[in-house]
Design a protein around this ligand. Structure first.
Ligand SMILES: Cc1cc2nc3c(=O)[nH]c(=O)nc-3n(C[C@H](O)[C@H](O)[C@H](O)COP(=O)(O)OP(=O)(O)OC[C@H]3O[C@@H](n4cnc5c(N)ncnc54)[C@H](O)[C@@H]3O)c2cc1C
Length: 491
């Protein structure tokens, strides 16, 4: 039987990162993948959807400039867009495969095996791999489960991935639909609503069971996104419960019940069901060997499962489902096996981006989270109209807000930026949070000009009472408030 130090099941972002980190420790590793390399990090997920989004954003900008500068611009072509998305996916997959090929011809040749096949555990050290060529069993001292997640389906909706789709079926669409309903107003649902509406070929309906989309995000941010969505013609069905969704004559008919009891029936060309993701842990043989799970995923303690030599990383665990988090966990699992990680795995300084119109970037807590935890904080916000770069862009929609502890130390708790180039300044603040730092450095550091991060600097200065613009004079654009659990006062 072939013997390995580590067996990694799944070559999405988490598994790939784990396998590569194992090489750093000179460990013999087998990486097993049953589908396309890169998982949902590339295909039908992060990279593909971001390529759709980038193109949609460009189209939207061109269409806006068309009317502003009286330009003659041809209509966007679906086949060309789809081909471009496919190129991005192929490019990245090719890169990962080529990387493995090169490693297998290098000093790592005897350490790395990449196998295309379906894996399941027979015991806590034996893994059965079903391949085209047949079935084989390998031995590994440690196992990393990195099998990711898949779209959640609802028993009452029959999904054919042609007319009623999940995000896995998006690439089956043959042309821009004339209309689409999106069930679920979370990040993925809202991103696709943004993509389709920005292409300006599709009437988008968005079903939201609550009274606002993105219920985990602060209200002031959501307000901007909702306003833009509605300006782009998106019909948001708020406080609505889906009673029925079915295919009728190759189109989708759906019926909603609103919180006031009223019912309404709609007919659209396509539907996208985007109601969350479920971890891939069935058929892995885990039950027999005692790996504990709950309905949300595998239960782990800093990536280690209830079976000490089995680790779980990425979407299969019951925490944040993001590429960067999966990679972090994949690397961390290996460091726990063979070294001593320099730091505990922490999730407080994870940077996130929601690819909407405009982009929302964040790190650390937002106000909702801080309040839920009963934390006393100070908040400063600067409107984009006070940031020269935004003025130069001729687009001042957006704002930056920073949260710090409500004490002399003023440690950064979180940052949210909504607007053009929102993500350009996350890293400095993420670093400050992970270093448990205060805001003096940001307030004093010389930022490039004109740049959006200057707005973050201005937030820091506001919190230190040394901003250039004084909030009393520009109260619609600059804010500085304190929140103490149970009350809110102006600073
Ligand atoms: C539409 C969409 C947009 C997204 N956008 C973003 C974004 O902008 N930013 C971001 O950070 N994240 C984004 N995500 C989330 C991100 O894609 C996932 O968090 C990430 O891919 C998880 O990585 P993973 O390695 O844990 O799992 P996956 O990427 O799902 O990879 C798991 C791999 O395991 C393989 N596998 C499963 N079972 C077996 C088995 N038994 N044997 C062998 N192989 C197996 C699968 O084939 C798959 O390739 C998005 C997701 C979706 C769906």
């Amino acid at each position: 039987m072939e013997k390995y130090d580590v067996c990694v099941i799944g070559a999405g972002p988490s598994g790939y990162a784990a396998a590569m980190r194992a090489l750093d420790f000179k460990k013999k590793v087998i990486l097993i993948e049953r589908g396309p390399i890169g998982g949902a990090g590339i295909t039908n997920g992060a990279l593909s959807s971001k390529t759709w989004w980038e193109i949609a954003r460009n189209v939207d900008i061109v269409y806006k400039q068309r009317s502003r500068y009286n330009l003659n611009v041809p209509e966007v072509n679906y086949d060309a867009v789809k081909a471009e998305v496919q190129s991005a996916v192929d490019e990245r997959k090719e890169q990962l495969i080529t990387h493995i090929d090169h490693l297998q011809k290098s000093d790592f040749a005897n350490l790395l095996s990449y196998v295309q096949g379906d894996a399941r555990l027979l015991t806590n050290t034996e893994i059965e791999i079903s391949q085209k060529e047949g079935v084989k069993t390998v031995y590994a001292e440690n196992i990393v489960l990195a099998t990711g997640s898949r779209p959640r389906k609802l028993p009452e909706i029959s999904i054919d991935e042609k007319t009623i789709l999940t995000s896995d079926g998006i690439s089956n669409i043959k042309d821009f639909p004339e209309s689409i309903v999106i069930l679920g107003a979370g990040v993925i649902g809202c991103e696709f609503a943004t993509i389709f509406s920005s292409m300006q070929k599709t009437k988008v309906h968005l079903i939201d069971k609550g009274d606002r989309i993105l219920p985990f995000e602060d209200e002031d941010i959501v307000e901007v996104i909702e306003r833009n969505m509605e300006d782009h013609g998106i019909l948001i069905h708020r406080n609505s419960r889906m009673v029925r969704m079915e295919i009728v004559n190759d189109r989708v008919e759906y019926e909603l019940e609103y919180s006031n009891g009223k019912h309404e029936i709609f007919n659209v060309e396509k539907a996208l069901v985007s109601v969350g993701r479920v971890p891939n842990y069935t058929n892995l043989g885990l039950e027999g060997i005692g790996v504990k799970m709950d309905g949300r995923g595998i239960i782990d303690d800093g990536t280690r499962t209830s079976v000490p030599n089995i680790y779980a990383v990425g979407d299969i665990t019951a925490d944040i489902a993001l590429v960067n988090v999966g990679e972090l966990e994949g690397r961390y699992a290996i460091e726990r096996m063979y070294g001593r990680p320099k730091k505990k795995l922490i999730y407080e300084n994870i940077s996130t981006i929601m690819f909407l119109a405009p982009v929302v970037a964040g790190v650390g807590m937002n106000e909702l989270q801080a309040r839920k935890k009963g934390i006393s904080y100070k908040m400063a916000s600067v409107d984009y109209s006070c940031i020269p770069r935004a003025i130069a862009q001729r687009n001042t929609q957006g704002f930056i807000k920073m949260l710090v502890t409500n004490d002399d130390e003023k440690k950064v708790l979180g940052l949210r930026v909504i607007g053009e180039h929102a993500s350009s300044s996350m890293q400095a603040v993420a670093l400050l949070i992970s270093m448990d730092g205060g805001i003096d450095e940001i307030a004093e550091c010389v930022h490039s000009h004109p740049s959006i991060p200057e707005g973050i600097q201005e937030c820091a200065r506001l919190l230190l009472n040394k901003s250039m613009f004084k909030p009393d004079a520009l109260e619609d654009y600059l804010k500085c408030t304190s929140y103490v659990p149970t009350e809110e006062v102006s600073a």
